[in-house]
Design a protein around this ligand. Structure first.
Ligand SMILES: [Zn+2]
Ligand SMILES: [Zn+2]
Length: 263
């Protein structure tokens, strides 16, 4: 027989607010600002008020509870100025979030996403014109619409379509864009027929599977050696904007894990 100790559950001292534009939820502890939490790739991160470092937790409540611990230990000063809202910069290159390790798999995901948004006439940039790095599929991505110039937040998990159908869900671009019935024709006119070989002068972007694989292997070696200087030009080749980015992405797709054949 199991003996259960019944304790009155302590009243929760934290409150999780509504999600802000950057995807972070403000948290108060004892009604004082104590930091924020956000979800990234299925896990929750807590950032104490006035700090830029983050810690990883299993769920939102564990993340918020961690801030309570920091308040009690004196690590959070509710009167400290808020940390700058730029935690997502600092990647090795501007096209991959600094929050995503430049692993082979993440580079491939980013390369495919970057090519597809270009095909759909979106530019990954925020309203100030700064490049918005690929944030992973489940995080908001600042994309500027090539049809009307508006910057909106979209999720790659929606844009990529599903079950082999690449049509974005929902199919409409965003509120306030040009008329829906004119969108497809305007995208086609903007994109035209993309080249299959890289025409760039400064950077030689790969388009064949062989070249993609070679560069991915070099990038993996540089990442494991923590050699950022070697990694940067490789990532520029693999992820930098290129008129032939669709051909590059098609080659990258050949290195995705193959779906299991149906019996
Ligand atoms: Zn638009
Ligand atoms: Zn190129």
């Amino acid at each position: 027989m199991t003996t259960t100790t019944t304790t009155t559950p302590a009243k929760k001292r934290y409150k999780i607010g509504t999600r802000g534009a950057s995807g972070r939820y403000p948290v108060t502890v004892d009604d004082k600002p104590s930091g924020d939490i956000h979800r990234f790739h299925g896990e929750w991160y807590a950032r104490p008020h006035g700090h830029t470092n983050e810690s990883r937790h299993a769920d939102r409540h564990a993340a918020a509870q961690h801030l309570v611990t920091l308040v009690d230990s004196g690590d959070v000063d509710p009167n400290a100025p808020a940390a700058a809202e730029s935690a997502d910069v600092g990647g090795v290159v501007p096209w991959l979030s600094g929050r995503m390790q430049p692993t082979r798999r993440n580079i491939i995901s980013a390369g495919i996403a970057l090519a597809r948004v270009a095909e759909l006439a979106w530019t990954p940039q925020d309203e100030n014109g700064a490049t918005a790095p690929y944030p992973g599929s489940d995080n908001p991505w600042d994309l500027t619409c090539g049809l009307c110039g508006k910057t909106v937040k979209r999720w790659w998990s929606h844009l990529r379509g599903r079950n082999g159908d690449p049509t974005p869900r929902p199919a409409y671009r965003h509120k306030g864009c040009i008329d829906f019935e004119d969108q497809a024709a305007k995208v086609a006119a903007l994109i035209g027929e993309p080249p299959t070989a890289c025409p760039c002068h400064e950077t030689d972007h790969p388009t064949t599977a062989e070249d993609v694989d070679r560069l991915l292997n070099l990038a993996e070696r540089a990442r494991r050696a923590d050699d950022t200087d070697a990694l940067r030009p490789l990532l520029a080749q693999l992820l930098g904007p290129c008129p032939a980015s669709s051909a590059r992405a098609e080659s990258m797709k050949t290195f995705l894990p193959q779906p299991k054949p149906k019996n």
